[in-house]
Design a protein around this ligand. Structure first.
Ligand code: BF8
Length: 629
């Protein structure tokens, strides 16, 4: 029986009752989680938090006295706080952009392998999208089979990672005014890998020394992620696995099953999760699950790969990034299959408390103590079946007396791709634009990004989402930020009752929730495409739209890149967790103010989600006024 102290501690860590129940268990049974590890880290290093610690070379590590009273104001090489903060920020952001874009590259490579008949189990599902992307690239589609077209599309995309082509096709999706803004600011990316490598070159000692120039290169690098690698991941994911359409499903820890083999898929790349989804349909494996005493196989998603499975197929989603240890702590997971990104190395230790097997699949991400089954496109379906078999054979090892699965899954309506939203509106954005012009909807906000143990899980995301819809601002959510809203019931059409009168009437007329789930973090590309298409229909730039972005519980380097490419696309963006820039007043001023002169938007930090809503509403009102609406 949990003590009152344990209960109170769990309530401080997460909003969701089911999460609290499992957090109590981890505390009571001494199963270590990220929350415990954060406690052991406190107080965290002030120099690091302010971004003024430079650990790049062997003349260091150096640190700058942020108050300039007694300590040093320069590192050994002469770098001051402005330079150290800017370089650290760029190195983090380049890491995030690389992660997104390398994921994108792997989806493109699977598309190529599939087109060449060299993959095992993949098919081209969305020919309409394939053809429309091919047309953008100037690829002939008439009289050609889809494989030949796909081969050309994938090859042209792969060229955009390197240095020969020197442009990224999808940048042209933006309105001309926005494209001109990028050219004028000198931040139009030349290639995806090119800008990431350039960023890492600039942070080497003795290269970039002008903090403004460094932050502008952050914009360039992040744009190559948002409009490049992440957009390719999204579009090629749709071509291979289908473009999402609205559908119903369920969310939270209660989606795990008491009597089926539970397989959790955690990470980011759908090339793994989609094939495991195919494998669990295999009749022999279904039969094996019954033979082992289970009632079937229950596949559930976690964090971003879970978002993609949910959007495309309605596969239930167990929780966001921070739930990964709690999911194992239910004692009901036979196998946790992971690829990469946002996977705690500690899950192997969590799994040791139960019978769960951790299966890693990417050469990039092996964990000591996990089972490594390398996933390659040429043997994907075969490997997926082997992995599922490992999970099924582990079912008899489950100790049913130790299983603790909460009771109530939350229903959700998801699957709002840019295409499905446009279709729902009757083929054009006109009805949405009319609602914005009339003021029924004041604007839209992308609530994106993570959960972070420094913030009570889901509090920042849910509070901001509720606050925005109350103010007649439509929420477009992705990543773990979306999952918070889903668990709180905001992805149900009934949640329209929580919205202001204008937004409520639009949601009711269309039968949609006031929070539209648009997918995983790379699928922020869907928000960019939607913004671009609305701006083009209005004949303005993205920077003119009443739009904003927010990441109330940001943790990840990928999130830095997202925040920067939102802002660099002209979308004011607020982080709820302090960025590591406050050690430099100049960098802070540039990013929160002067950057608007270059990209039409700024970044802000506001931990209080209600105050963040105030900031966002003010920007939206300002943009509406400028548009004359
Ligand atoms: O790419 S939202 S915690 S899972 S980083 Fe990670 Fe953040 Fe979740 Fe997905 Ni995105």
């Amino acid at each position: 029986m949990s003590s009152i102290n344990t209960k109170m501690k769990a309530e401080k860590r997460a909003m969701d009752k089911n999460d609290q129940e499992l957090i109590q268990r981890t505390i009571d049974e001494g199963i270590e989680t990220a929350w415990d590890r954060l406690e052991k880290q406190l107080p965290q290093c002030g120099y690091g938090s302010l971004g003024v610690c430079c650990n790049r070379c062997l003349m260091g590590p150096c640190r700058i006295d942020p108050f300039e009273d007694e300590g040093p104001t320069k590192g050994v090489c002469g770098a001051d706080a402005d330079l150290i903060v800017a370089r650290n920020y760029m190195a983090d952001l380049a890491c995030g952009a690389a992660s997104h874009s390398d994921h994108g590259r792997e989806v493109v490579e699977v598309l190529l392998a599939t087109a060449e008949g060299k993959s095992d189990g993949y098919k081209i599902k969305d020919t309409e999208k394939l053809n429309s992307v091919a047309k953008e690239y100037g690829i002939e589609i008439n009289g050609r089979n889809k494989e030949d077209v796909a081969k050309d599309v994938a090859t042209k995309m792969l060229e955009e990672f390197g240095t020969l082509k020197n442009s990224i096709q999808f940048m042209k999706r933006a309105p001309e005014k926005t494209q001109k803004m990028w050219v004028d600011a000198g931040i139009m990316p030349r290639g995806i890998d090119r800008e990431i490598v350039d960023a890492m070159h600039r942070v080497h000692m003795g290269v970039g020394a002008d903090y403004k120039n460094i932050i502008l290169h952050c914009s360039k690098t992040s744009l190559s992620d948002g409009w490049g690698g992440s957009m390719m991941a999204t579009e090629c994911g749709d071509i291979l696995f289908g473009t999402p359409e609205p559908l119903e499903s369920t969310m939270n820890l209660a989606v795990l099953s008491k009597d089926k083999v539970n397989i959790t898929l955690h990470g980011h790349n759908p090339v793994l999760s989609e094939m495991v989804l195919e494998a669990v349909k295999d009749p022999d494996l279904k039969k094996l699950a019954i033979e082992k005493g289970a009632k079937g196989i229950n596949l559930v998603g976690v964090c971003c790969t879970g978002n993609e499975l949910l959007m495309r197929h309605g596969i239930p989603l167990a929780g966001p990034m921070l739930d990964q240890e709690l999911i194992i702590a239910t004692g009901a997971v036979e196998a946790d299959i992971v690829d990469y990104q946002c996977v705690f190395p500690s899950i192997v230790s969590t799994a040791k408390c139960f019978h769960t097997k951790i299966i890693t699949t990417s050469e990039k991400m092996k964990i000591p103590g996990g089972i490594y089954k390398e996933f390659k496109s040429e043997s994907a379906f075969t490997t997926a079946k082997e992995i599922v078999k490992i999970a099924i054979e582990n079912y008899p090892n489950r100790n049913h007396e130790r299983v603790q699965i909460p009771e109530k899954p939350m229903k959700v309506v998801v699957g709002f791709s840019e295409e499905s939203i446009r279709k729902m509106l009757g083929g054009s954005y006109k009805p949405l634009i009319d609602a914005i012009v009339s003021g029924k909807i004041k604007g839209a906000v992308g609530v994106v990004g993570c959960t972070n143990p420094k913030v009570k899980q889901d509090y920042g995301n849910i509070t901001l989402e509720k606050e925005l819809i109350k103010r007649n601002i439509l929420v477009l959510a992705t990543g773990c930020g979306a999952i918070g809203g889903g668990k709180a019931g905001l992805m149900l059409p009934e949640a329209a009752e929580l919205a202001g009168d204008g937004l409520k009437s639009v949601c009711k007329a269309l039968g949609i929730p006031p929070l539209l789930h648009m997918g995983s973090c790379v699928e922020n590309a869907r928000i960019l495409i939607m913004a671009a298409n609305i701006a083009k229909e209005l004949g303005v730039g993205i920077e003119d739209l009443p739009l904003a972005g927010a990441s109330p519980e940001l943790y990840s380097e990928k999130g830095f890149s997202i925040a920067q490419y939102f802002a660099s696309s002209g979308i004011f963006t607020v982080s709820g967790v302090p960025l590591k820039i406050f050690g430099s007043q100049n960098v802070t001023d540039f990013m929160t103010d002067e950057m608007e002169n270059y990209v039409g938007a700024t970044l802000a930090v506001e931990p209080d989600p209600v105050k963040a809503a105030d900031l966002i509403e003010a920007v939206i009102e300002k943009k509406r006024k400028k548009l004359g609406i």
